[in-house]
Design a protein around this ligand. Structure first.
Ligand code: SF4
Length: 304
């Protein structure tokens, strides 16, 4: 079968079986093309909760499928490839956070959405990369324990110096691969390009950026900017997505190594097999865990 034939078969099956397909922006182009929605993880979960379809296939990583299930407990939620996990989401466990909470009882625990549902049950509020700053500012408590990404936490902390932050040593291995040396080299090659980076990058990379924001933030900035050239400091799929949506502009990857192997674990054939019902993993969450994790997300919605 050709790629086009597989895509046509997926489109036929999703109509026949009333399936909604979500694709994170870091998925391959051929998957994004057959998805009903493409975007950041939390925005996708919200979209899924509004659609009439009772079955949702999440083309992304495990914590994203869990977030879909947290918001849509009555839907059948399928993770497109069971091996697609997020190393950052799984870096810390419940027991570790409970211990740290005991050590710092007067701190509010803020969890990046890139965490397992189990971990969310012992945190106070969730944030996305686009809502983190607003939410941390709005928290009444001036003492914040930010988990798991110390790079994102550091970027937020520097913008709210009046608050006291404690960070743990976690983060995204894909974004952490980008070095300050690469920034120097790519800027020399493209002196007129603006540098747009994700706050999961290291502080020495973030401090050289013209714009720092979430994946969606980076895409909006590039689309709306009058500038014609951009260096993209996030997963390299965004370079392709932007090049297709803004053909009159030029986009360059900040690092050839900024590719998330977990996000790329799902293939178009996996999605086809999920639609056929012979592949993927149905996400099941214990109701107690789901409700506690949802409370953490609800707090984010209330504050954000
Ligand atoms: S890019 Fe980083 S945060 Fe996103 S799924 Fe991959 S490892 Fe996790």
């Amino acid at each position: 079968m050709t790629v086009k034939q597989i895509q046509d078969e997926i489109i036929r099956l999703k109509k026949e079986k009333d399936i909604c397909i979500l694709a994170h922006a870091y998925q391959s182009r051929e998957i994004i093309e057959i998805a009903d929605f493409m975007g950041d993880s939390f925005a996708l979960s919200v979209e899924a909760s509004k659609v009439p379809q009772k079955t949702v296939i999440m083309c992304g990583v495990r914590f994203m499928a869990e977030t879909v299930k947290i918001l849509s407990p009555d839907k059948k939620v399928i993770l497109s490839n069971p091996v697609a996990g997020c190393p950052m989401a799984e870096q810390m466990d419940r027991e570790l956070i409970l211990q740290v909470r005991e050590q710092y009882p007067d701190y509010t625990v803020v969890a990046y959405i890139n965490t397992t549902s189990e971990l969310k049950t012992v945190c106070d509020v969730c944030v996305t990369s686009s809502s983190a700053l607003t939410i941390c500012k709005k928290l009444e408590n001036d003492k914040i324990l930010f988990i798991p990404d110390c790079n994102l936490g550091d970027w937020i902390a520097k913008q709210i110096p009046e608050k006291q932050f404690k960070l743990l040593n976690g983060g995204c291995p894909t974004h952490a691969r980008i070095s300050a040396k690469e920034v120097e080299n790519v800027k020399k090659m493209h002196p007129d390009a603006l540098l747009l980076v994700h706050p999961e990058c290291k502080p020495e990379v973030v401090e050289k950026a013209d714009y720092v924001g979430s994946t969606t933030g980076i895409m909006k900035f590039a689309e709306q900017s009058d500038n014609k050239e951009f260096i993209i400091g996030t997963e390299n799929s965004i370079v392709t997505n932007l090049q297709l949506s803004c053909p009159d502009k030029m986009f360059y990857p900040l690092s050839k190594d900024c590719i998330c192997s977990n996000m790329k674990a799902t293939t178009l054939v996996d999605v086809l097999n999920c639609c056929k019902g012979v592949f993927g993993e149905e996400i099941e969450l214990d109701e107690d865990i789901r409700l506690k994790a949802k409370a953490c997300i609800d707090k984010m919605i209330e504050l954000g």
